[in-house]
Design a protein around this ligand. Structure first.
Ligand code: HEM
Length: 412
């Protein structure tokens, strides 16, 4: 639609999505659906106190792929009370907040750690790791899927991929989980926790970089040091932050997403189906992220003067908030959107790891390791069921999933 035909934002009468109300906290999917259905304009956008919420699937795709829009800058966190360490990370380590030229330079170097061939070479080890972890609880016929499996599995994998020795994991494994608060809204109540987590992660990353500087190895960290020291393509600070960034971006995401995938399969009665058809694991990952995404929120800022979305003229500076609870269940894109269906088969335009220049750096790794874990779990454990209360991260945190998840099963 052209700018001339577009409606101005004040006159658009968008529905309001209350992100602090009980309805949202209890069941964000149901609340998003209620708001969508209450809107005579079609329910693709809503207003909230953090900006314009994107509820439509096509709207999400077009916003995120549009290079005229920018990701949030560090000033956004500063305005909300972020501390100095958090701001340093946002300025010098967070790919998502970098201006385009710096983003391309740093991302290109970091991508080297996640070559498809390296991921493929590690797959046997991923299977062995999953199998070893299952050995520890299989005979007990029960476990906490998060504490006993997804937590240990995800952090061991990201550490192996980047060259962090497993015996160092206890130093930072709790701090990496605190990073889930980075996109919390409001931020102020968790700002101190973020600061302290980032100090721990920075401190460890600085130390391991120094160790590899003294004695290089064939790993990602040594590769980053070479890019800095010999090629001058990174600053010393960017080098340390790159390690730090991957330590947490690769840990809590997979930890929560894997647990949510297990729960989704159990709840939908699809566990035995996947056990009988392991080739459906890629579909299980797609459906789990669609229905229960670990990332709850991604953001962009309007820059052009003439930016029109869903027939509405949005002024420069408008905060666009992609609402992952909502757009992944857009009924115009997915038939029977609340149902997990391993045979949907329409994966062509799916966006579980984002789209455009900020598409997840770890997407191939995350897909591979979650698929392998699901195959190992369904292959070894029969009749899995949720066997106690599941505690969830608050849905206002920006990302999350089950904090603990007791399951019971029978060993096959
Ligand atoms: C199931 C697991 C994961 C999911 C669902 C996920 C999802 C996402 C999404 C949706 C984005 C895009 C954010 C945006 O557009 O604003 C993203 C970015 C990112 N992810 Fe992941 N992620 C996962 C695992 C990982 C892993 C394992 C790593 C590390 C190896 C990782 C590292 C990153 C990084 C560094 C970015 C920023 C990329 C950039 O700005 O260029 N993620 N992720």
């Amino acid at each position: 639609m052209s700018v001339i035909d577009a409606v101005e934002l004040e006159r658009a009468e968008l529905p309001f999505l209350d992100l602090h109300g009980d309805a949202w906290r209890r069941d964000p999917w149901a609340e998003a659906k209620r708001v969508r259905e209450s809107d005579p304009r079609g329910g693709k956008l809503a207003q909230s106190d953090r900006g314009i919420e994107i509820l439509g699937y096509e709207e999400y795709r077009s916003v995120t792929a549009d290079r005229r829009l920018e990701a949030l800058h560090a000033t956004h966190w500063e305005d909300q009370g972020a501390g100095p360490m958090t701001l340093d990370f946002l300025d010098n380590g967070h790919l998502l907040t970098f201006e385009p030229e710096r983003h391309i330079r740093v991302r290109r170097i970091m991508t080297a750690a996640f070559r498809l061939s390296d991921i493929q070479n590690q797959q046997v080890w991923f299977h062995e790791l999953a199998s070893r972890l299952i050995d520890e609880f299989a005979a007990a016929a029960q476990c906490d899927l998060v504490a006993d499996f997804s937590h240990k599995y995800s952090i061991a994998i990201i550490c192996r991929m980047i060259g962090v020795p497993p015996e160092d994991i206890p130093v930072f494994e709790h701090a990496t989980l605190e990073m889930a608060h980075l996109n919390a809204f409001p931020l102020a109540p968790v700002a101190d926790r973020l600061e302290s987590a980032l100090k721990t992660i920075w401190g460890y990353s600085e130390e391991i970089v120094a160790r590899r500087r003294a004695q290089p190895e064939q790993d990602f960290i040594s590769g980053m040091i070479a890019a800095q020291e010999t090629e001058g393509r990174l600053s010393a600070q960017e080098t340390v932050w790159a390690v730090a960034n991957l330590l947490f971006a690769g840990h809590d995401t997979t930890r929560y997403q894997l647990a949510s995938a297990v729960r989704a399969l159990v709840d939908a009665g699809a566990w035995e189906d996947l056990a009988a058809h392991p080739e459906l694991a890629p579909a299980a990952v797609e459906e789990a992220i669609r229905l229960f995404p670990v990332v709850h929120l991604t953001s962009r800022v309007v820059k052009p003067e003439d930016y029109v979305l869903d027939g509405i003229l949005l002024p420069p500076g408008t905060l666009l908030r992609a609402n992952w609870f909502a757009f992944n269940r857009d009924p115009d894109r997915f038939e029977d959107p609340d149902r997990l269906d391993l045979r949907r088969g329409d994966f062509g335009d799916r966006v579980p790891f984002g789209v455009g220049i900020h598409k997840c750096l770890g997407h191939a790794l995350a897909r591979a390791d979650i698929e392998i874990a699901l195959n190992e779990l369904t292959g070894r454990l029969a009749d899995a069921r949720i066997a106690g209360e599941v505690t969830m991260q608050p849905v206002t945190g920006g990302m999350g999933g089950p904090k603990n998840m007791p399951i019971a099963f029978r060993e096959r």
